[in-house]
Design a protein. Structure first.
Lengths: 240, 412
């Protein structure tokens, strides 16, 4: 089943009368349950593409269908609604609230849902247990290691039971061991049927996905299955 | 996310940044406190005036020199010296006035430091007429008051107020002893009964001497500063005022159409005039406190704007995980109103404490001052402080809600 379908998607930024064309007509489909890496050097437009697919940004022209519905022309609050219901984000710099505990951080997206407080707490707790942080529930981020922070962020991304999880350079600020642990969680998620879209500039990280979409200068360069897939294990050791 | 949760998270936020939150609310604390104090003191002053009216009796008419304004007291009541009223004016009223006039007293006053032995007291002396005790409905405690002959004959006799006697003589009997007022020797012939504060003057902290003596020997003037007339019944006050006015106009040779150069009023009218001043003053002070509140409001806005800037990434994140504009606006609006509400509560508590303190101090000075804290002023203080939080929170909240999530997440 097709989850995401973009056709001739363009994005331009106008700044001081200089128009920068960041995406110059990109088309592809992503099915439910896929694990896709969007790869490219900086300036290739991969982040902008992720922002548009993740409803953080609007497209300039082209079409974007999500679950068969045209979402090209949604307004700010409609985009927020989509993010709230369908999307989970994992960022390179974690973006946790420093003053809130791990549990509170994970609960944050549910603040903007209709879920009763009790249920939110239960769900957030379960997700932190799932990522192996049951002993860190009430720690604030400054007491957590980088890897732990990113696991909190992954739990947060999953708390609203999203259709797609976007991970933007999730291992970029981590040592290789923690990075692999994070990749392991993402792979496990995908094995359970979640759609995961990974944005990275590293070939090795990208190869943890099943499919790689390469961008260059705002255009689609290559779109193919990963032939030698990398597998991360929970100890952060490499297996093939 | 409902409002209750927003309030709780704002509260948590405020607790985490106690010092800054307190400084932010300081303007509101001061403003609300000022409003509460001003309203309470205003009410207290009103009660003081009403109590004074009761204590002075409502069948007194006062004559002061100088024309009076329509609603306010005459200039002479404000301490400006006008010399148009004379001893002879009082005598004329006694001679020609209507039957309803029971008695009449005249007054001049000054002050001096009086010594007796090692004791020293700075006090007021009142030059008055022998009729003083009748008009003011008081009496002497020991000895006697001076006579009409002494009043007219420039006699060097003095009657002490209760407090002056206590301060100068303690338990000793002062009758027959001598004191010096403005270098003139006076023989003490009596001590007044304790009276407390009446007509805004501490009647016990005075020395009474014959009016002619005060005019000639102590002050070197030939005008008087006030006349008080006791009327037989409250119903005759208008009649008495009419009669006094015509007698004085004739005596002063005022033509038809010329304004009075004196002001005759019943005491209660005079005090009502005073209360009109206090209510105008109160309004003014409330306006000043309102300015403090507005200034406090700008303080809140300033801090909230800084807070929006500081928390740009947080806002970006909240938006990324699904917060709509209204969620972000609400968060900041509620945060600013929770801060101002707390400020309001502190302000109300401080205001009430200061009002109580003021009342205690004034009461200890012998005035009849009621402590009034109206529920209205508390509701107003609370309402206004929340309102200020909402109004001055709008701009920061709008700014926060309009941030672009991508830019906000990138913000360093």
């Amino acid at each position: 089943m097709t989850l995401i379908k973009i056709k001739n998607l363009k994005r331009e930024f106008a700044n001081d009368e200089v128009v920068t064309k960041v995406l110059k007509g990109v088309s592809f489909d992503i099915d439910k349950g896929e694990f896709v890496s969007i790869m490219g050097p900086s300036g290739s437009g991969k982040s902008t593409l992720m922002h548009i697919l993740g409803f953080l940004d609007k497209l300039s022209s082209g079409t974007y269908d999500f679950e068969g519905e045209d979402v090209s022309t949604l307004e700010d609050d409609e985009l927020a609604e989509m993010r709230s219901k369908k999307i989970g984000f994992v960022f390179q710099s974690f973006n946790l609230l420093n003053r809130a505990s791990a549990l509170e951080n994970v609960m944050l997206p549910l603040l903007y849902s209709d879920m009763p407080k009790k249920e939110r707490e239960e769900r957030a707790k379960q997700l932190l247990i799932d990522v192996g942080l049951e002993h860190r529930l009430h720690y604030t981020p400054n007491k957590l290691s980088g890897g732990e922070k990113q696991r909190v962020a992954i739990a947060r991304a999953l708390v609203n039971n999203p259709e797609v999880v976007f991970a933007d350079e999730p291992t970029g600020n981590l040592d290789s061991k923690s990075g692999l642990a994070v990749m392991k969680i993402l792979q496990d998620l995908n094995e359970k049927g979640n759609t995961v879209i990974l944005v990275t500039h590293e070939k090795y990280t990208a190869e943890h996905a099943k499919r790689i979409i390469k961008l260059k200068d705002g255009e689609l360069l290559e779109d193919k299955e990963v032939s030698h897939r990398q597998w991360a294990n929970i100890n952060g050791e490499l297996t093939k | 996310m409902d409002i209750r949760e927003n309030i709780i998270s704002s509260w948590v936020m405020i607790k985490r940044t106690k010092a800054r939150s307190f400084l932010t609310m300081l303007g509101i604390i001061i403003g609300v406190m000022a409003v509460i104090v001003v309203m309470s003191v205003g009410k207290g002053a009103e009660s003081l005036i009403l109590n004074q009216i009761k204590s002075m009796g409502s069948n007194l008419v006062g004559v002061l020199p100088g024309a009076s304004e329509e609603d306010g007291p005459p200039a002479s009541a404000m301490g400006i010296i006008i010399t148009t009223l004379k001893y002879e004016d009082g005598q004329e009223i006694i001679k020609k006035g209507c039957d309803c006039i029971e008695s009449l007293a005249m007054y001049v006053s000054g002050n001096d430091v009086i010594n007796y032995g090692d004791n020293k007291v700075s006090t007021n002396f009142s030059g008055t007429t022998a009729s003083y005790i009748k008009v003011e409905e008081t009496e002497v405690d020991v000895g006697r008051f001076f006579t009409e002959e002494e009043e007219k004959g420039v006699a060097k006799v003095a009657v002490l107020g209760f407090e002056v006697k206590e301060k100068l003589f303690g338990d000793q009997d002062p009758i027959g002893r001598r004191i010096k007022i403005k270098k003139t020797n006076f023989l003490i012939i009596g001590v007044m009964k304790e009276r407390g504060v009446s007509g805004f003057t501490n009647q016990d902290d005075q020395i009474f001497v014959p009016i002619s003596t005060a005019q000639k020997l102590l002050l070197g003037i030939n005008h008087i500063s006030a006349i008080r007339v006791k009327i037989d019944s409250e119903n005759n006050i208008e009649k008495a005022l009419d009669s006094i006015t015509w007698i004085l106009r004739e005596k002063h040779g005022l033509d038809f159409g010329e304004a009075d150069d004196f002001s005759a009023r019943s005491m209660s009218q005079g005090l009502e005039a005073l209360s009109s001043i206090t209510s105008a003053l109160r309004l003014f002070l409330v306006a000043v406190s309102a300015i403090a509140l507005v200034v406090g409001g700008f303080g809140i806005m300033n801090i909230m704007l800084a807070s929006v800037q500081e928390r740009t990434r947080e806002i970006g994140l909240r938006k990324a995980v699904g917060a709509k504009k209204i969620h972000i606006s609400l968060q900041f609006l509620i945060e600013s109103s929770v801060i101002t509400f707390l400020g309001g509560i502190f302000g109300i508590i401080l205001g009430i404490l200061i009002s109580i303190l003021t009342a205690k101090i004034v009461q200890s000075m012998g005035y009849d001052w009621d402590l009034v804290i109206t529920p209205f002023s508390i509701i107003l203080g609370t309402g206004v402080s929340i309102g200020i939080g909402l109004i001055f929170g709008i701009i920061p909240a709008r700014r926060a809600s309009r941030l672009d999530p991508i830019e906000a997440l990138r913000y360093e």
